[in-house]
Write a protein that binds this ligand. Structure first.
Ligand code: NAP
Length: 295
């Protein structure tokens, strides 16, 4: 058996198309565009690229996006004041502070002032609490994208055994919550898990979010499992080149799984698309408007 390859790029293109239609419907009904503001503190080159991509991704789907740049020397108070101002600005529906922030600014302090209604990254403690207690709220983009990819191959997940490797606030924990909401029996594995191979071998759905190139071998995977590979591990090759690897040994897993996401081209594009989707969902919730069905 060779697994079906889940094309995250193509799926994300569909999401972006629906988000654009919903953003345009919002503008028509409300008379104002959906607004996203990205805050960058400092000038880390990688962060600058991510912010530029987020702003341009948003513009492509008719979201009015802008960035606010603060110097690397900005105090925590200055950053918190900017976030508070954006919380109160009715033209801004989504706010994202690009992490990491410089050492003098505490990430938790930033997240603690950010309104959960505008938390399009789904990172605040209130967003996590809403998810854990099954209330409506904004969900972290990567796990939301992973769930959409799983459901693209298997719409009903009731009763399936799901294993998530990783327990980060960003990916592993919300992923487990989302799969639980879909009535899976969820196991969360981490660095202290005993006999990871045995745990993985029980998974009908496997989500690997570890950060270790090809750690999960094909022989660990249950035949027919759906495999979602979140890992993005850049490995240096001879000759000054490098290659991106997932957390799953892709060629091996391809022979065993029923469906698998590639790296790159799997989860990554969905993370980007889900940020846009969250922004429109946030705007609709703030306006008391139903988003377009199927968003
Ligand atoms: P993280 O915060 O470093 O968390 C990694 C998790 O993996 C931790 O819970 C850790 O366990 C666990 N782990 C580490 N070594 C392990 C081992 N040998 N066996 C089992 N579990 C182990 O990372 P993250 O932010 O969740 O990201 C995970 C990966 O996804 C990274 O490669 C990252 O680049 C990638 N990522 C991709 C996207 C995307 O859009 N494609 C988005 C976000 C992240 P402990 O908790 O016990 O330390």
């Amino acid at each position: 058996m060779t697994a079906r390859i889940i094309d995250g790029k193509e799926f994300a293109a569909g999401v972006r198309k629906r988000v654009k239609a919903a953003a345009e419907a919002f503008r028509q009904k409300q008379g104002v565009p959906v607004g996203l503001t990205v805050v960058l503190v400092g000038n880390d080159p990688a962060s600058e690229i991510y912010v530029r991509l987020k702003v341009s991704d948003a513009r492509e789907v008719s979201i009015d996006s802008r960035d606010i740049k603060l110097p690397a020397t900005a105090s925590e108070q200055e950053v918190l004041d900017v976030v508070r101002r954006l919380n109160a600005d009715p033209a801004v529906h989504g706010v994202l502070v690009q992490f990491p922030v410089p050492a003098q600014v505490r990430q938790e302090a930033v997240l603690d002032v950010l309104s959960p209604d505008k938390d399009v990254d789904g990172l605040t403690a209130l967003s996590a609490g809403r998810l854990a207690s099954g209330r409506p709220g904004l969900v972290s983009c990567t796990p939301q994208g992973c769930l959409m990819l799983v459901k693209s191959v298997r719409p009903r997940l009731d009763g399936l055994d799901a294993v998530v490797i990783g327990r980060s606030q960003l990916v592993g924990k919300p992923m487990g919550q989302l799969l639980l909401q879909e009535n899976c029996t969820v196991t969360t594995a981490h660095s202290k898990t005993r006999d990871l191979k045995e745990v993985v071998s029980r998974a009908d759905i496997l989500v690997a979010a570890v950060g270790r190139a090809e750690m999960v071998r094909g022989s660990w995977i249950k035949p027919g499992a759906i495999v979602i590979d979140v890992g993005m591990n850049r490995v240096d090759l001879p000759g000054g080149k490098s290659k991106l690897y997932g957390d799953v040994a892709y060629d091996e897993a391809l022979q065993v799984a029923s469906a698998i996401t590639p790296v790159p081209g799997g989860v990554g594009p969905m993370t980007r698309a889900c940020l846009l989707r969250n922004t429109v969902l946030a705007a609709c919730a703030q306006a008391g408007m139903d988003p377009l069905a199927g968003l």
